[in-house]
Design a protein around this ligand. Structure first.
Ligand code: PLP
Length: 452
């Protein structure tokens, strides 16, 4: 930090403050974690300075021998850890990984057959007219994914996202009564819509998914099954999700971030069955430019950590702690979407406290509890204010929290929310954003949280 301070002291100060904030608050954001010092340090090296467009052994730049080493090791760890035939570790983020997967599917299922039919080796050989026809065909495909308010991600066909614009899209939700995925409903939707791409995976669904069933549905309608395991990759890596709950053997392509439950650097990766490997390997130039070589190095370190037996213990504790957190809420009368959890997150319905998600999120932050507001199925408050709070256990499990601490976390959260009222605007009208927490509650909870 002294080196940074000698150039731009404000950045050194902000960095110091970020560390203090992350240490003193309760980090319950389900997509966050604490990466190890080894992972963090690996990101701050000279690999940051290197350009390496292309793929291992086939670069558009000279002098990439060390990047080849790093990328090969990261890919090898990813293949071994997840039991995947092929791994691509270049994507800079989860969204990039999903874009690589989308375009690999389009290349495999639309572009390559069209080129073969026309007797062309690549798109550069096509006439203007054939190129226009192919471009139209690439833009005329269908995608079926989980809706945002049921727990899906923006990239699963949400209209404002590129995935909702690249594809004709439809979405499946969850059962309005139980909040659970209904595979018969998904199958019926798939039969009717006949998507090219079917996505399974989620950001805010507190339950496990049966990927064998999802593959069966995809096969029946001729779809490519893509699973986005960004949130639960750590549970797959640690063996908590096994058999039909492990997506890797069932999906044609599996994408993930590396920074959530997997506890690595910010980034993404794509795992593929052999038939898609060649397509994914062309992530650059298809979607990506130069890889972040320093981050690929950090991915290798994080994946090596995840192959240690201690990571299996960690993953099991993440899932056990989510049970403790859910039980802590239920025993205090709070309502959880689906009535509980069997992964790493719980979705608390805050309407029973008379609050919007936005009000609850702000009140909790005042008390040193960092969460994010989240839509619940058929949310009456819409996607901005929402009616839910999403809470995840990966970060605090890394800090060593167990059953008792998570029960106390539930107690503190209920104390804050019970002590908070929906506020009004200056003009006196109701506001979905303003709130009033009873005097002393936030400070008391903040002190209690710091003691944990
Ligand atoms: N996929 C899922 C399921 C996610 O939850 C997220 C991030 O929240 C992403 C993809 C996108 O990851 P990133 O923020 O790294 O682009």
């Amino acid at each position: 930090l002294e080196v940074i301070a000698s150039v731009e002291p404000r950045i050194a100060d902000a960095t110091r403050q970020e560390l203090a904030d992350q240490r003193s608050s309760l980090k319950l954001i389900a997509s966050e974690n604490y990466a190890s010092p080894a992972v963090l340090m690996t990101m701050g090296t000279w690999f940051s300075d290197k350009y390496a467009e292309g793929t291992i052994g086939h670069r558009f730049y000279a002098g990439c021998q060390n990047v080849d080493t790093v990328e090969s090791i990261a890919a090898e760890h990813a293949r071994e850890l997840f039991g995947a035939p092929y791994a691509y570790v270049q994507p800079h983020s989860g969204i990039d990984a999903n874009l690589v997967a989308f375009w690999s599917i389009l290349a495999h299922r639309v572009e390559t057959p069209a080129l073969e039919k026309l007797g062309a080796k690549n798109v550069n050989e096509l006439s203007e007219a054939d190129w226009e026809t192919l471009r139209h065909e690439l833009g005329n495909q269908r995608l079926l994914g989980m809706s945002l308010d049921a727990g899906g991600h923006l990239t699963h066909g949400f209209r404002p996202n590129i995935s909702g614009k690249m594809f004709h899209q439809q979405q499946y939700g969850t059962d309005p009564e139980t909040g659970l995925l209904d595979y018969d409903v998904v199958a019926a939707k798939a039969r009717e819509f006949k998507p090219l791409v079917m996505i399974a995976g989620y950001s805010a669904y507190p339950r496990r998914v049966n990927f064998a069933k999802m593959r069966e549905i995809a096969d029946e309608v001729g779809a490519t099954l893509m699973v986005d395991m960004a949130h639960f990759a750590g549970l797959v890596a640690g063996g908590v999700f096994a058999g039909e709950e492990n997506p890797v053997p069932y999906a044609h392509l599996t994408t993930t971030t590396t920074h959530k439950s997997l506890r690595g650097p910010r980034g993404g990766l794509v795992l593929a069955q052999e038939e898609y490997a060649g397509d994914v390997d062309r992530g650059c130039p298809m979607v990506l430019g130069g890889p972040l070589s320093h981050v690929m190095a950090a991915k290798a370190v994080a994946l090596a950590e995840a192959r240690q037996p201690s990571f299996q213990t960690y993953a099991q504790r993440v899932a056990d702690n989510a049970q403790s957190l859910a039980a802590g809420f239920l025993s205090r009368g709070a309502r959880l979407v689906t009535g509980g959890t069997d992964n790493h997150l719980v979705l608390l319905d805050v309407t029973s406290f008379g609050l919007t998600g936005r009000q609850a999120e702000s009140a909790l932050l005042d008390a040193g509890v960092v969460t994010n507001r989240n839509s619940i199925p058929a949310d009456p408050n819409g996607a901005w204010y929402t009616s839910g709070i999403r809470l995840g256990t990966p970060a605090l499990t890394t800090r060593g929290f167990g059953h008792d601490e998570f029960d106390r976390v539930a107690e503190l959260i209920v104390e804050v929310l019970s002590g908070t009222e929906a506020g009004t605007t200056k003009a006196g009208g109701p506001s979905k954003a303003s709130y009033l927490t009873a005097d002393g509650v936030a400070a008391k909870v903040k002190d209690a949280a710091a003691e944990l």
